[in-house]
Design a protein around this ligand. Sequence first.
Ligand SMILES: [Zn+2]
Length: 472
Amino acid sequence: MPKMKTFHLLRWIIALSLPYASVNAQTTRPEAERTLAHDIYKEFVEIQSGFTTGATTPVAEAAAARLRAAGFSESDLFLGGASPKKANLVVRYHGTGALKPILLLAHIDVVEAQREDWSMDPFQLIERDGFFYGRGTGDDKAQAAIWIANLIQYKKEGFKPDRDIIVALTADEEGGGPYNGVAWLLKNHRDLIESEFALNEGGWGEESKGKRISNDLQVSEKYVVNFRLEVRNKGGHSSMPVADNAIYRLAAALQRLANFGFPLKTNEVTAAYFQEMAKIETGAMKEDLANAGKGSQDAMQRLAAASPAWNATLRTTCVATLLEGGHAMNALPQLAAATVNCRVLPEDSVDYVQSTLQKVVADDQVSVKILGQPAPGPASALRPDVLAAVSRATEALWPGVPVVPIMVMGATDGKALRIAGIPTYGIQGIFFDRDDIRFHGRDERLGIQSFYEGHAFLYELVKSLSKSKPIS
Ligand SMILES: [Zn+2]
């Protein structure tokens, strides 16, 4: 490579002349586009949209203002939601109509963050040590900002897609419940988001020790079922204890739950995931990953013991998360109750989980009741066009990094779309250190270079998925 030296020097000079000196310009969009994406991102992060204390309406309005300024007409914008504080934004970028629309989804509410819990102000976008810090930097305002910035860029270029590109920025993914924007749009304005398939959060790039190891494509997710375990007792004076005690009964039941594990197994998606991981991993786990993909119980046991994430990929899990009981220091408890949070594999039914819990608890005085109305979410079929476009865009930016289909342990709005018949793929092209995921936690952050690469990746991916023939 004789040109190496000049090439490096040139890159160095270019890097010095940019406002974001640490950004490698070769894998990112041009400076003006990066600046726009950055500014929108900063604006979104700095609006407090915590799902209990904040509001999404100012975020939706900020996005709408950007779009209006870029020439989007009022008739292509929709602002509205389940309550005045919980607005969603939907914008349509018109294509030729040869293909059904694509939906680009991101939620604009965030998990609460308190200043005293953080080492900096969570509602300022702070650049430090190569990272953007702030609540929502990873979950999910980067993707929200990128969708808007890229849509503005497509318009600027006069890009003519073969399908409409719809961006929906929605409320209350974190809180769920009555204000959830996706549920509200599906119920009240389905026409606005009707689409052939959707891209969403839920799949990101995995990095380990600074090395990019996989670009994950989320095609299914576990679903949540909460149970209440409850024991009632007539109680009495604490000076005369009796053997039948509500707290002891509940504690014994919880101890049996602690010792129990749901069966280890794989499904179509997780088997593919373990096969891909076997190609990436070196060392002791390599063989176990390959064998787990083929259904070996021994291999699955070792993987589950080695990693909480692999354990959660291989089985339904149920864990006690809240506890209540007793009513006075000097009285025998009349009530003891626990909330048990289950993350259920798509193929396991609610009835199966409930009857299993009853068997594990093994005490008919401990009632096992379902809280709320859980609904399982189907997996999205692995569309060859989506997989091909994701693989192509990944290879262009990060040669050699494989695309890995995944099922996520958490839940996203993708589930509601999948239930409604809109296949949804979690894909971001933004990489996070797999041992340092800070979504919902303190000092949430996202790598600066990774943000701009995700911006470039999604720019190409959406363009390519919006054409009937791939753009070469
Ligand atoms: Zn999220």
